[in-house]
Ligand binder design. Structure first.
Ligand code: ZN
Length: 162
């Protein structure tokens, strides 16, 4: 029982940590937190990084360690779980709303055909128009593509679906 209370506490702490690249999203919103366990006085946190090779993973691990250290957990191990690979489908609805409010078009669901690159279903975060065009395969980071709205002419990042 004691352990259960602690693991809830750990999850609460972890759910406050934000993605280093998109600070409006927590690791919880992104769906990267797989598991957290406590054995003796050692905490093991399992995460599935959003994009393999994404430099954000190191920053994420450091944030997890420092957050838990500050809460009194001295021994923290962060392990990466690479299989199954993270998918944008794991992003929570809450996370999608936050992205949109931040001006980034959230990833399309896989079943809605995210792999067609025509941008047909991607909507402009400013005016909600679906008349958008892709400017570049890479936006502010490799995880995003740069689009422009044909109606309000605003350029915006689209969080690529994987
Ligand atoms: Zn627009």
């Amino acid at each position: 029982m004691h352990n259960e209370i602690q693991s809830t506490h750990l999850r609460d702490l972890l759910s406050t940590i934000c993605d280093p690249e998109i600070p409006v999203l927590t690791l919880q919103d992104l769906g990267v937190l797989r598991d957290v366990s406590l054995e003796d006085d050692e905490v093991t946190v399992l995460i599935t990084p959003t994009y393999s090779g994404c430099p954000a993973v190191d920053a994420m691990s450091r944030d997890i360690e420092s957050t838990l250290n500050a809460a009194g957990y001295e021994h923290v191990k962060v392990r990466q779980v690479l299989s199954p690979a993270w998918s944008t489908d794991w992003m929570s609805d809450e996370g999608r709303k936050k992205l949109l409010a931040y001006g980034i078009a959230p990833p399309l669901r896989k079943e809605s055909g995210c792999n067609n690159h025509k941008g047909a279903h991607i909507a402009c975060p400013q005016c909600n128009s679906e008349r958008v065009k892709r400017i570049s395969e890479f936006g502010s980071t490799a995880c995003k593509a740069l689009y422009q709205c044909r109606d309000c002419l605003e350029p915006f990042d689209y969080f690529k679906c994987i």
